[in-house]
Structures are given as structure tokens and as C-alpha cells.
Design a protein around this ligand. Structure first.
Ligand code: URA
Length: 220
């Protein structure tokens, strides 16, 4: 059965993937949501930013990072010299996982089975885009894409050579002197900065901008 893992169609491009993902039922998260929130940005993007999952406003609008975290991200990207319009922005999980408390919908960190079920969509996005740099926003994306033991606090801002999941691993025949095709860098999730107490928030924000400047320099 197809339960439990998404099966993206092949050779359909980003728009075809988006249409197919709209009907994804690979995990139960779709049930209590408005829509699938697929990635957004030009097919020519050289940088792909990967968050955790859409929030309340993203679920309503159908676009990633358009709520409070998105506004902070936009500001940080701008300060770092990266035009969001040239980047592709997506999430590790594409439905808003939450619990409802009264009128409020409270975000819930996706469980491993949600990440696993949704993973083929992210791999399909990477396969179409073939990005030069991937930015993991926060621990969920970093642990999923780099390593389960990855720690943002210790390792944020480091540019690491990386093979996109689903792509063939480099072989011994590959030219050792050839530049790496893809890099990954993890940084603080914008929502974590919004939750940082007043006395530490400016420093946390500055660290995000500094990490994004590393990305900007890599793209230059
Ligand atoms: N947080 C995320 O991780 N992704 C979004 O799209 C919005 C908030």
C-alpha cells in the first residue's frame, strides 16, 4: 500500500510536484489542515531553505514562511544580501501538525514518521532544483538532512559538503579536486529567535544573519 510514504510522480517539474502533493495522504497530518503547503520559489534557485513545517498562517495561505517567522526570515535574508525572490523556500513536512486548544492551533513538532512520509517530496524538490547551497533552518531540518546527532548550537554556520538525499553518492572515480556540487549549512530557526527572551534576542538574530552571510558569500 502507499500508506506511510509519499510517491511523487517523476519528470513533472515543480508545478507537477505541487499539484500531486496537494492530494498527499501519506500520513494523517492532512486531516485537520487547510491544504498542503508546498515549496515556493523559482526553478532556477541556487539556494534552497528548508524549515520544519508550515505554521498556522502558512496553512491558511498555502505558502511557506509567510507568518511571523517568515517576516523575520525575510528581514534576515535581506540583511545578509540574499533576495528571497531568487531562493526556493520549503519545509521538511508539508502539512501543519498541531493540536487545537480552544480557538488556538498549537504547533506540534513533527514525529519521525511524519518526516519519513513526507521525505520523498523534499527529495523530489532537490532533484528538480539541484541547489548549490541548502540551508537547514532549525534542528528538525538539520537532524533530518545532516545527521540525527547534529547540534545547531555547536555547529550552526558551518558550510558542509553534502550529497542530497536520493541522489547517487559520490564514487571513488569522482575527481577529488573537483569542487563539491552541493553544500549544506544549518542555522537557527526564525521561530526560535522569536521565542528567545528579550535579553538574548538581538544576539540570536545577529547570529542568524551572520550564518546567512556565509551562504551569500558562497553564492557570490
Ligand atoms: N516555520 C517553519 O518551519 N516553516 C514555515 O513555513 C513557517 C514556520
Amino acid at each position: 500500500s502507499d500508506e506511510g510514504i509519499a510517491r511523487p510522480p517523476e519528470g513533472v517539474g515543480l508545478d507537477g510536484l505541487r499539484s500531486a502533493a496537494a492530494g498527499c495522504r501519506a500520513c494523517e497530518l492532512w486531516q485537520d489542515t487547510t491544504q498542503t503547503v508546498f515549496g515556493e520559489g523559482p526553478g532556477t534557485a541556487r539556494v534552497v531553505l528548508v524549515g520544519e513545517q508550515p505554521g498556522d498562517q502558512e496553512d491558511r495561505r498555502g505558502e511557506p514562511f509567510v507568518g511571523p517567522a517568515g517576516r523575520l526570515l525575510d528581514k534576515a535574508l535581506d540583511e545578509a544580501g540574499i533576495d528571497r525572490g531568487t531562493a526556493y523556500v520549503t519545509n521538511a513536512v508539508k502539512h501543519f501538525g498541531h493540536v487545537t486548544k480552544g480557538k488556538r492551533r498549537i504547533h506540534q513538532t513533527p514525529r519521525p514518521e511524519h518526516l519519513r512520509a513526507c521525505r520523498p517530496w523534499l527529495e523530489a524538490e532537490f532533484a528538480v532544483l539541484q541547489p548549490e547551497v541548502v540551508v537547514a533552518l532549525g534542528a528538525t531540518a538539520a537532524k533530518s538532512l545532516i545527521s540525527p546527532s547534529f547540534r545547531i548550537t555547536r555547529e550552526h554556520g558551518q558550510l558542509l559538503p553534502w550529497t542530497p538525499p536520493g541522489a547517487p553518492a559520490p564514487t571513488e572515480d569522482d575527481d577529488e579536486d573537483a569542487p563539491h556540487q552541493t553544500w549544506i549549512l544549518a542555522t537557527t530557526h526564525p521561530s526560535a529567535i522569536l521565542r528567545t527572551p528579550d535579553d538574548g534576542r538581538a544576539a540570536a538574530y545577529d547570529a542568524l544573519v551572520a550564518d546567512l552571510r556565509v551562504v551569500a558569500a558562497t553564492l557570490a
